[in-house]
Design a protein around this ligand. Structure first.
Ligand code: 2P0
Length: 348
């Protein structure tokens, strides 16, 4: 009986406050602009992954997600496997006493603790966990930055899930992607009162995939060029300053404006891409009314490539923000989503 080598890890979901939208290289997932996200606490939304390899496994690499076999032949998964195997081979070449793991078939088993189809950035946590689990299995000396470079090739936003807290992804300029990596802006402990409530408006799979949507936007939107070259670079700086200064008013305003800018660019794509629906727009109105009642910004919405709302707020405003959404969820069917899910987030 051959040995089975095994390692496990978890990776969290991240929700962007400055959105990644557009690729300058679709093969390497090199973006047309930098982005910035907040990593959710592992107790809320995360992927748990075990990677193993053994000569006793059938020849093919395999991946099980929530018990269902997945296709691993796609270019993105293959790129991650290839890069990690190459690093392991280098180690094995330099130390003949190491077991020859790079040549063995891989078996990956992943579980999400949230509905995969809910449109909640599952590919980010998924690829981040896959890459780190294999790196641990291979005992690679790679840093989170090195692993972010590999995870990016699986899914762009995955590079940000290699770090906790407040995380940037530098777009970089090198054509090989060597400088397109994630970096930590601040650990979660820097601003521990940050909270999020996630309203699952629809658990249906998104209509237009991010990859297809981005390519069509880059090709057709007239708003896209100024967003990528002027708006986002300015907001990246404003957002990093707001986080350093724990300035929620600026954090919230920039978050909402960048979500609006991203969805405006989607609408400006031809044919247009609609990710928000009537319930999403109602959520925006609720946040506006919360802020109007407070006389300042205490709640900030953001939407990814789907209708679900993520609302950021500080713990001290829990009652005014999450409390109101809870009341609405209890009273209005429209807030419950198709399956009544509502997920509250913490940051740790
Ligand atoms: C983000 N999104 O910054 C943005 C905001 C969606 C809207 O990253 O093609 O699944 O795998 O690189 O990472 C979703 O895109 O796209 C995404 P790929 P990904 O979070």
């Amino acid at each position: 009986m051959s040995d089975i080598h095994r390692a496990s890890t978890t990776a969290p979901v991240n929700i962007a406050v400055i959105k990644y939208w557009g690729k300058r290289d679709p093969k390497l997932n090199l973006p047309t602009n930098s982005s910035l996200s907040v990593t959710l606490s592992q107790s809320d939304l995360r992927t748990h992954t075990t990677a193993s390899c053994s000569a006793s496994y059938s020849k093919e690499d395999s991946l099980l997600l929530n018990g269902a076999p997945q296709d691993v032949s796609g270019a993105r998964t293959q790129a991650c496997f290839r890069e990690l195997r190459a690093l392991r081979s280098q180690l094995e070449d330099s130390d003949a006493s190491l077991p020859k793991l790079a040549a063995l078939p891989l078996k990956i088993v992943s579980e999400n603790n949230f509905p995969t189809a809910a449109g909640l950035a599952s590919s980010a946590a998924g690829f981040a966990a896959l890459v780190r689990a294999i790196a641990n299995l291979y005992k690679l000396p790679s840093s989170p930055t090195d692993l972010s470079r590999i995870a990016r090739q699986g899914s762009g936003s995955a590079c940000r899930s290699l770090f906790g807290g407040y995380v940037g992804w530098e777009q970089g300029s090198a054509s090989d992607g060597s400088d397109s990596v994630a970096f930590q802006v601040a650990p979660a402990s820097h601003w521990p009162s940050m909270r999020a409530v996630i309203l699952v408006v629809s658990a249906a799979k998104k209509g237009v995939s991010s990859t297809t949507g981005m390519q069509t936007t880059v090709a057709t939107s007239t708003l896209f060029a100024s967003r990528a070259s002027e708006t986002v670079p300015r907001r990246m700086q404003e957002m990093q300053n707001a986080i350093q200064n724990k300035d929620f008013e600026t954090f919230g305003k920039v978050t909402m404006m960048d979500s609006n800018s991203f969805h405006a660019t989607c609408l400006d794509t031809y044919p247009p891409i609609f990710y928000l629906n009537d319930v999403s727009r109602a959520a925006i109105k609720v946040v506006e009314s919360i802020n109007a009642a407070a006389g300042r910004i205490i709640a900030a919405y953001t939407f990814d490539a789907g209708p679900n709302a993520v609302v950021y707020y500080l713990e001290e405003n829990e009652k005014e923000v999450a409390g109101l959404f809870k009341t609405l969820l209890g009273e209005k069917d429209g807030w419950k989503g198709e399956r009544g899910e509502k997920i509250e987030g913490n940051f740790a």
